[in-house]
Design a protein around this ligand. Sequence first.
Ligand code: NAG
Ligand code: NAG
Length: 250
Amino acid sequence: MSRLQFFGFFLLINFAFGQYPSNYPRCNFGDSECIMKAVSQVLKLAVDGIPEMKIPGFEPLYVKTVSILQDGNSNVAIKLTLNDALIYGISNASIYKINGFEEDPKKSKYEIHAKLPNLKIVSKYNIDGKILILPIQGNGNGLLNFKDADLKFKFKLEPFAKEDSQLYTKISKIRLQFNTSKFTINLENLFNGNKALGDNMNQFVNENWEIIFQELRPAITEALTKVVSGIVDSVFQTVPYKSLFLEKSN
Ligand SMILES: *[C@@H]1O[C@H](CO)[C@@H](O)[C@H](O)[C@H]1NC(C)=O
Ligand SMILES: *[C@@H]1O[C@H](CO)[C@@H](O)[C@H](O)[C@H]1NC(C)=O
């Protein structure tokens, strides 16, 4: 099992009042085809932030600390901390499946599937432990790369009212599945800067990425769940639910 600690989440945000920009795409409730395209478009439009919604830019997305603690009984027994992490690639997400987004958020089951051609995390790292049979130790600049990152997430929204008595929503439950077609790392300055050992270790991890990714997947998934729910919540908690959609024509 792995345990994850996650601190100092970025964007968020004084969940103030905000407005979904009038020139952004809107769809009818439950129109999955339209919403799928709209979400991809919004990710591109909003990449430098949405001032009307007080949402800062997210390319890259800043996360102060992520730390993964994986216990001694597994093939990968490490303590890994990423500090000042910059996550690249979210704006290039293409959404390939959408469910939910119906008129009554309480009854709607939300589901978003997205592919990110290249998800990259650049950060300061600190690692100590054992990967398969080899000890690993070091700290410095690090890069984690996920090719064809596949994120499937399901969530439920819970309505709440603000002083303006409009209906806002927030995430009440979220579940995420994560996969990649290739996971690679480049950790600089492993083993106190012993370049030969460090290069070997990076190569070893990259050659054995499948088994290592399997081991780390729960922890990575948990970290991404925090990131994704932060983004989703920042949208839903800021703008009235109905204002994200076209008005109903009866
Ligand atoms: C997004 O995709 C474009 C086109 O493939 C690429 O040039 C750009 O570097 C990508 N951006 C990020 C942040 O990955
Ligand atoms: C994850 O992706 C790999 C490579 O594309 C694939 O072989 C594997 O079946 C996928 N695993 C899951 C759980 O989807």
